[in-house]
Design a protein around this ligand. Structure first.
Ligand SMILES: [Zn+2]
Length: 308
């Protein structure tokens, strides 16, 4: 310190000291405050930076979460929609099937209403045709299929076609097969029975001619078949090749033998064939059973397919 300064310091008044001290204190304070401020600023800056990062991270994770949730919601909504669509489709399918089955039922009923249930009824001492029963329509059997030119033979129109097809095939196979008798009214049957009774006596007549009302001939679906070489008689038919052919083939044309050998319902009538429809005749043939031994309820299920 120079002399001049020392002199100056020595001669400073108290006021001057106070100013110097105060100034120094202020400068120090400013320095301290600046340092403190700077430090705080640095810390806060770092905190803000960290906070920024955190906020960014949170934002990113929230965004991701939202995106995932949205994707999930979309997927589950899509699935629900698909399921609902499927449910509706299934329901619609069900409704369609119901409508279809109702339509089928109506069609079946319409078809059934046109088929006479008597045509597949079993006739016995309990169930018989009324004396007023007659087929709705009858047609004449063409000459080529009749054994006797003079005989007037009638059959229901739906069955004529099957008779013709059967006899045509027999002819192709070299078998002479003809219709000897077909539709017989209640009155005709009554007269025939009376005639047989007079000739053979009631006991014998009962064995080979059904009582009126029990005869399947009244239905207009039944035929008595005959072949050449029997002198126009039905007796002996079972010994002919024509009989063997009918036994083997009649079912293909919907005909069955009503009273086969050793049946417990009636005498053996090898010539007597009743039309029951191709389906029932085929099933009876395949199961080796006869019309009269089958349950009537089972038979009735074939009514709808009688003329198929
Ligand atoms: Zn007959």
């Amino acid at each position: 310190m120079s002399l001049k300064n020392r002199v100056f310091l020595k001669h400073m008044s108290r006021g001057q000291w106070f100013i110097v001290a105060g100034g120094t204190a202020v400068i120090i304070l400013i320095g301290v405050l600046s340092w403190y401020g700077y430090t705080r600023f640095a810390i806060l800056s770092k905190r803000i930076a960290r906070l920024d990062t955190k906020i960014d991270e949170r934002l990113a994770s929230i965004t991701e979460l939202l995106q995932n949730n949205l994707a999930e919601a979309t997927t589950s909504f899509g699935n629900a929609l698909n399921q609902e669509t499927k449910n509706i489709q299934v329901q619609l399918g069900g409704v369609k099937n119901q409508v279809g089955s109702i339509t089928d039922t109506v069609t079946d009923l319409q078809k059934l209403s046109k088929i006479d249930p008597e045509l597949l009824a079993k006739y016995s001492k309990i169930f018989f045709l009324s004396d007023t029963y007659a087929p709705a329509r009858l047609v004449e059997i063409p000459l080529a299929y009749k054994y006797s030119e003079k005989a007037q033979l009638q059959i229901i129109p739906e069955v004529l076609h099957y008779v013709q097809k059967m006899l045509d095939q027999a002819k192709i196979d070299g078998i002479a097969l003809y219709v000897e008798s077909a539709y017989r009214s209640f009155a005709t049957q009554q007269a025939l029975k009376g005639q047989y009774t007079v000739i053979y006596g009631a006991g014998t007549a009962n064995q080979f001619s059904a009582d009126q009302g029990y005869s399947e001939h009244q239905l207009g679906t039944t035929v008595d078949l005959i072949t050449t070489g029997l002198d126009g008689k039905l007796a002996g038919f079972e010994t002919t090749s024509a009989y063997a052919w009918v036994i083997a083939n009649a079912y293909r044309y919907g005909f069955v033998i009503s009273y086969p050998k050793d049946n417990s319902y009636y005498i053996f009538e090898p010539w007597h064939w009743r039309f029951v429809g191709v389906k029932l005749a085929t099933d009876l043939n395949n199961s080796n059973t006869y019309f009269y031994t089958m349950d009537q309820r089972t038979i009735d299920t074939y009514l709808i397919s009688l003329f198929d």
